[in-house]
Design a protein around this ligand. Structure first.
Ligand code: ADP
Length: 754
């Protein structure tokens, strides 16, 4: 089907596509059009990665706008919102206005009302619905990207409930749900009352297999020699082999740190295989990467790129990311090692994909867990550039014969899992029922049940069979819990079901109501809370993943629990209450880690002492920051008088510093390490910094001019220019160890996982 023949699509868009080399619709796209996606019909498109789902959504949205309507595009990750914004920039050029709603949970986003197309995350849409943003009420087309993520225990329920609410307020809204190939696309379509395009068509052939020993073992039973030379790793051998055929390789690993490590190693492989012209262009690219920022990351990335390799993860600046993506698409960069964010929507195909790590650390389990078939297939789907490569190839790596068999079974021959609603999980139910009542979506038990009938959960577990009353039972138990804790009123009477003022606050804060109950209880029992006590309090809520107790930890933290007993908010449980006591100890481990962080203990030392990665530290710190903020609001609401103590503990954890550095560390570009150095040089506050002697600042910042200048600008210094300033030697850090390590200030950019 020719794009220009599609009804409802403006001519400028067809022209735009033609310029981009797209004239014919891919078969699944044509099927979607035949199913009425440009006539306002709801549709689930379950097709493999890189098979053109975005275009289906664009056609639907443009047709809706042309009919005078508005469209909402829901993305699963914030990073993808700006990605889509860019992809839709051609809309703006042709009079279709696009807005992006991210960030602040509480803003009502009125300005979005006059956009034709809005891009937002499901969390953002959920909060806009909770806050009653009026434009939500007259949407014509809603696109849900990566809808298979309703299966995700953390974020799935939000997407599920959000779609249910949007459909409730807009009964005739068109829903276009884009999904990876899953085991039960039919269930998803039934849930959304939508048509279904369920296809395994791909624009380019994909061969999948496992590398083991000196050969690739393909899923079809064939083998091909791929020798690993002595001193070489299998990934290096694959990159070398691919390059010999003029192709590039994308390597998926399970953490940011691993992405960086792999790129550094693979650079040694690519370095020997570049020609002079490539070397020049790579040197030029490296220069542009260094210009992005004066940080360790810029330098590391540039050093890899000079040798033809790069890494990619969500911790990079967006300019870093787009430079890497463009150079990889042009095949200038020969290999990119990436965390799975790249599989989730960034369009960077390559001849070969290597899924190097098929397990990842899970805080939930406290150990490594295998990736789902769906995730691995999504990564594999990035292999092969249509029109450029003869085929794409995706490989896993095995270390033993048993592992070879396991990987073939587990991933190569396996079908993706069905998606299953996670809405009935207690935390999701508590949170979403409260929100549904608080936002006035339902004001009776019957109303709630009627609303929940529009969820995937109801489609999957309620209709038919004997599961009929599971939903009612879960709802009743949850309502009871919410009433006992003072978040809703009227559960037992026959009047209106209403959220209390506290219930409204909890819902607005985005907390699991059980976390709120725990926090309130802890705060009420301690009029004068300590920092450790507060860190412990938020660490024992269900909104914080506790650190796992390793063997030996039990004893250590039991001892610590007794030593620090007076510091806790609330009473230490008895050792006979085994489960509660154990939970208390795990929370204590998390709390000690947060306390160490707030006492300026070096990040690497923390990682070592607690057996965690830098990503875990960042994750805990961010969660603690958010939960302490919530605790502050709850304390204010209940007039508890502990607000200043909570605020102080929160600021310390935010910046990872002791009390005396809080002010200084809050200056943009300063951070915990630099704040300490400045403080040691006698510059103790933001005000000191604004008036500071420049050579002293430059000395304390180890002669880094650009950094010093940025910091002075941020502090509002009258004359931040560092030209001709000589660093004051007395301000330089004395400890040789500290001087020898890289400028750790930027090390913070490496925190975090994906
Ligand atoms: P998905 O969202 O399914 O992973 P994308 O929408 O990112 O896939 O599409 C992958 C690539 O295919 C994009 O570069 C897109 O421009 C291109 N593409 C989409 N439709 C067509 C088509 N009909 N003909 C040629 N290329 C297409």
């Amino acid at each position: 089907m020719d794009v220009a023949d599609v009804d409802g699509v403006p001519a400028w868009f067809a022209d735009h596509l033609r310029e981009a080399g797209i004239a014919e619709l891919y078969p699944p796209q044509a099927e979607a059009v035949e199913a009425g996606v440009t006539d306002g019909e709801s549709l689930v498109a379950a097709v493999p990665t890189a098979s053109g789902k975005t275009l289906v959504a664009q056609l639907a949205m443009l047709a809706a706008v042309r009919r005078g309507g508005t469209a909402l595009y829901i993305v699963p990750l914030r990073a993808l919102a700006s990605e889509k914004r860019e992809e839709f920039s051609v809309f703006d050029d042709n009079g279709v206005s696009v807005g992006v709603a991210t960030g602040d949970y509480e803003a009502s986003g009125e300005w979005l009302a006059d956009r034709d197309v809005v891009v937002a995350t499901s969390e953002k849409v959920d909060s806009l619905v909770r806050n009653g943003a009026p434009w939500i009420d007259d949407l014509d087309c809603v696109v849900a990207d990566e809808v298979h993520l309703v299966d995700d225990p953390e974020r799935g329920p939000t997407l599920e409930v959000t779609l249910a609410k949007l459909r409730r307020v807009n009964p005739d809204v068109q829903v276009v749900a884009l999904s990876a190939t899953v085991g039960n696309a039919g269930d998803v379509a039934a849930w959304l009352d939508a048509g279904l395009v369920d296809s395994t068509w791909r624009p380019i052939d994909l061969r999948t297999g496992v590398h083991y020993g000196q050969a690739v073992h393909y899923g079809d039973g064939s083998q091909a020699e791929l020798r690993v030379q002595s001193g070489e790793k299998p990934t290096g051998a694959i990159v070398r082999d691919t390059l010999a055929e003029g192709g590039s390789t994308l390597v998926f690993v399970n953490s940011r740190r691993n992405a960086e490590g792999a790129a550094t190693r693979l650079a040694e492989t690519t370095d020997g295989l570049l020609d002079a012209d490539e070397r020049d262009r790579l040197a030029d690219l490296a220069g542009r990467l260094r210009d992005v920022s004066d940080t360790e990351t810029s330098e590391d990335l540039a050093a890899c790129v000079e040798q033809g390799a790069a890494y990619h993860h969500a911790g990079l600046a967006s300019d870093h990311r787009s430079l890497v993506e463009d150079a990889f698409r042009e095949r200038l960069v020969k290999v990119v090692s990436a965390t799975p964010t790249l599989a989730a929507g960034v369009n960077t195909p390559s001849r070969r994909v290597v899924v190097r790590d098929w397990r990842r650390y899970s805080g939930d389990v406290g150990g490594m867990t295998p990736l789902s078939v769906l995730e691995v297939h999504q990564m594999m789907g990035r292999a092969g550039r249509p029109g450029r490569d003869p085929y794409g190839e995706a490989l896993l790596l095995a270390n033993s014969h048993d592992e070879l068999d396991e990987l073939l079974d587990r991933y190569v021959w396996a079908d993706p899992e069905p998606v299953e609603s996670k809405l009935a999980r207690e935390p999701s139910m508590r949170t979403h029922l409260l929100a549904t009542v608080a936002s006035g979506f339902a004001n009776s038990r019957a109303g709630l049940l009627e609303f929940l009938d529009r969820t995937l959960y109801a489609t999957q577990y309620r209709r038919g069979g004997d599961g009929t009353d599971t939903l009612e039972r879960v709802v009743d138990l949850t309502l009871e819990y919410l009433e006992i804790n003072g978040f809703v009123d009227g559960v037992h009477g026959d009047g209106r079901l209403e959220a209390t003022s506290l219930g409204h606050t909890v819902s607005r804060l985005y907390l699991d109501p059980m976390s709120a109950a725990e926090i309130i209880d802890g705060l009420e029992s301690s009029p004068d809370p300590t920092a450790l006590g507060l860190y412990h309090l938020v660490s024992r809520t269900p909104d914080m993943y506790e650190l796992y107790l390793r063997s030996g930890d039990r004893e250590e933290y039991t001892k610590l629990a007794y030593e620090r007993e007076p510091a806790f908010c609330g009473d230490l449980p008895s050792e006979f209450e085994e489960e509660r006591f154990e939970d208390w100890l795990s929370a204590l481990k998390t709390a000690s880690m947060l306390e160490d962080w707030a006492n300026e203990v070096d990040e690497d030392d923390i990682a070592q002492a607690y057996g965690v990665g830098p990503g875990d530290i960042r994750g805990k710190v961010d969660t603690a920051d958010w939960l302490l903020g919530a605790a502050e609001s709850l304390a204010a609401e209940l007039d508890l008088g502990t607000v200043p103590a909570i605020r102080a503990a929160r600021k310390r954890v935010q910046h990872g510093v002791r009390e005396e550095l809080v002010d200084l560390a809050g200056v943009r570009g300063v951070g915990r390490k630099r704040a300490r150095r400045l403080f040691d040089a006698g510059i103790e506050t933001r005000a000191d910094l604004r008036e500071a002697d420049k050579s002293l600042v430059l000395g304390a910042l180890r002669g880094r001019r650009k950094t010093a200048e940025n910091v002075l600008v941020a502090a509002g210094h009258r004359d931040p220019d560092m030209d001709g300033v000589t660093p004051d030697g007395t301000a330089e850090p004395a400890d040789p160890d500290r001087t020898a390590t890289a400028d750790e200030g930027e090390g913070q950019a490496n925190l975090g996982d994906f």
